[in-house]
Design a protein around this ligand. Structure first.
Ligand SMILES: Nc1ncnc2c1ncn2[C@@H]1O[C@H](COP(=O)(O)OP(=O)(O)OP(=O)(O)O)[C@@H](O)[C@H]1O
Ligand SMILES: [Mg+2]
Length: 380
């Protein structure tokens, strides 16, 4: 494959990487409606951030998306993309900078998969070899065989495959902003998890600003850097990281929205590598005690502890060495009154690179670089 057409390096990019997005006092009243669909919404999304919009049906999520790419007109306020008002842009040109994935995918039925993906690059006047290379690369990126799938028509794909092609098409010209309106809504749970994982992997390589709409709070927690919860009328109930939403919901509406099991969900965001484990005191992995990998989420470790009848588990790191011991009491101590106690018990808020705090010496906290049982977050 020619390296100058490398999607992973964003080689053929028509646009700069990711852009900031800012909604300023946005309102939208549809003609003939008494109540505005969106009354006064302000929301900032940093460049490269995934902002997930959640909210009840009719709370204005799709309306917000369509205002951003000017498919419908603002009634008030302004929207800035990369610091520039969308109102100053020519709508067609603006839309080429915004990848849009809608729930029903909207592939053109009489065009092949390759032709569908190539739509925006063609509009941008790319030459044929560049388009062909980009299409091939995107199909590989979404895990589909270009030779086999490229010449098929949308009707010859499964629903999940069509959604992946929809994502590839939205990514084609490497837009600085992606709007994804329930992109995985119509997919079964297994393929949905697969698409989510694919998308997360994709985003490690191709950094984009993304607005992602879903009704599924678990999907929001998994996909979002930050989550914006909307009430009716596009009122922002809370805009925060998944951890903050789960730990400190702003009010009863948000608490209900994130679910009664929010403490458990919060445990799903941390891994055992984030927890101060009990010092192993020279114990070795062996048949005497069950084991759990340090990469397991705290939630999964809790399940495993419960399944083991509450007996302590040995935590194994990436070198198959003992990182520490985890017990029901230890994890129970992370929970208080149905929510996680502050971040004190979790290592995630420590300075990057570790500080080797003196108080940590009797704990297999993993903070001290010299500690043998330490598991680095990223293997070198
Ligand atoms: N073209 C339209 N004309 C009049 N009212 C509309 C129009 N489109 C949407 N609305 C109304 O605006 C409000 C917000 O609709 P919107 O489609 O943005 O909701 P949503 O949050 O995307 O809902 P869902 O989760 O069901 O997709 C709703 O009350 C809806 O009935
Ligand atoms: Mg909608």
């Amino acid at each position: 494959m020619p390296t100058e057409h490398n999607a992973h390096e964003e080689g053929p990019s028509a646009f700069p990487q990711a852009a900031t997005l800012e909604l300023r006092n946005v309102s939208k009243r549809y003609p003939g409606q008494r109540e505005p669909a969106i009354a006064d919404l302000s929301l900032s999304v940093a460049a490269g951030e995934v902002c997930v919009l959640v909210g009840a049906s009719g709370s204005g999520k799709t309306t917000a998306m369509r205002l951003i790419n000017r498919m419908i007109a603002l009634s008030g306020g302004d929207i800035l993309l990369g610091g520039r008002s969308v109102l100053d842009r020519e709508p067609n040109e603006l839309r080429r900078e915004i990848g849009y994935v809608i729930q029903q995918v909207g592939l053109f039925p009489h065009q092949t998969v390759s032709a569908n993906i190539a739509i925006v690059p063609r509009l941008l006047g790319w030459d044929k070899p560049r388009i062909a290379a980009r299409v091939q690369e995107l199909l590989e990126l979404i895990g589909m065989d270009p030779g086999e799938v490229g010449s098929r028509y949308p009707a010859q794909l499964s629903g999940g495959q069509r959604q992946r092609v929809g994502v590839a098409r939205a990514l084609a010209a490497d837009p600085p902003l992606m709007l994804m309106d329930e992109p995985f809504g119509a997919v079964d749970p297994i393929n949905r998890a697969r698409l989510q994982d694919e998308f997360l992997r994709l985003r490690e390589r191709v950094r984009k600003t993304v607005v992602f709409v879903t009704h599924d709070i678990d999907e929001a927690i998994k996909m979002g850097d930050r989550i914006a919860i909307l009430r009716q009328g596009g009122q922002l109930a809370q805009h925060d990281t998944p951890a903050e939403l789960l730990t400190n919901p702003a009010d009863d509406f948000v608490a209900e929205f994130v679910g009664a099991d929010r403490a458990l969900k919060r445990l799903g965001l941390a891994t055992l590598a984030d927890v101060k484990l009990i010092a192993p005191n020279g114990s070795r992995p062996g048949p005497a005690r069950g084991t759990v990998q340090v990469t397991a989420t705290v939630r999964d470790a809790l399940s495993k502890l419960l399944a083991a009848g509450g007996a302590p588990l040995t935590v194994i790191d990436w070198r198959e060495e003992v990182a520490g011991i985890v017990t029901l009491e230890l994890l129970g101590g992370l929970l208080e009154g149905g929510a996680l106690r502050g971040e004190a018990a979790l290592r995630g808020n420590g300075p990057p690179g570790g500080d080797g705090a003196p108080g940590d010496s009797d704990q297999a906290s993993g903070r001290s670089p010299g500690e043998p049982a330490r598991t680095p977050k990223t293997a070198s």
